[in-house]
Design a binder for this molecule. Sequence first.
Ligand code: NAP
Length: 230
Amino acid sequence: MKTALITGANKGIGYETARHLATEGFQVFVGARNANAGRKAADAIAKNGAKATFLQLDVSDPESVTAAPGEFSKFADHLDVLVNNAGILLKGDSALLTIRDDLIRKTLETNTLGPLRVTRAFAALLAKSSAPRVINVSSGGGQLTDGADGWAPAYCISKTALNGVTSQLAVALPKFAVNSVCPGWVRTDMGGPGAARSVEKGADTIVWLATEAPQKLTGNFLRDRHPIPW
Ligand code: NAP
């Protein structure tokens, strides 16, 4: 059975990705920092007979990340797909010249170091898959090509750096497919109710990379199933 671990899967794009992959026959691991929310999400996904297991995972906490593969291994012996979805956009992330260092540090800790840390922790379990895939949920806000517009500078810097992590991981893990995805502007707690896209649309490229995309597609930044400029 194919396995997928999605971080921050208790709500939003992460939950929709987990729910969709479960309907495609994956055994999904619902990564969440909050145990109640994570268990509730896994139970909801498992309701229709799908296989969904809650996995305690705070991507900003090295101890939590280090413990996760051991817990995972009680349920499965390999990991096919890792979706590094957990992310934060902190209140007060408004003007680069005045935001405090600790807001930037906290954002980088979750959005940039988190995915690197989780990938490192699960690399050995991913290497046991015949076609390992790592999908980093990034943002168009991290694109350098069109230039920044001043919106949420710490968040955008963290996603630019996450794209750097993707590019480096694709080299460090040549047998893996490692890509970044921009889900578009999506109606979630982070995106707000006025966002243009549904969670289904936001998760589409992530699900595609987890399932149908060619394994040789690696080291790219994608939106709507197509590479976009970094
Ligand atoms: P969301 O609804 O706010 O969900 C974020 C998820 O990440 C939640 O499950 C949250 O858990 C989890 N999370 C945050 N910090 C965590 C940590 N340290 N450890 C584990 N989980 C953590 O946001 P979303 O819109 O679904 O965002 C998902 C991803 O898409 C993020 O990486 C975001 O940057 C990216 N993205 C979103 C949009 C958009 O328009 N929505 C656009 C571009 C990119 P809690 O419930 O415990 O807080």
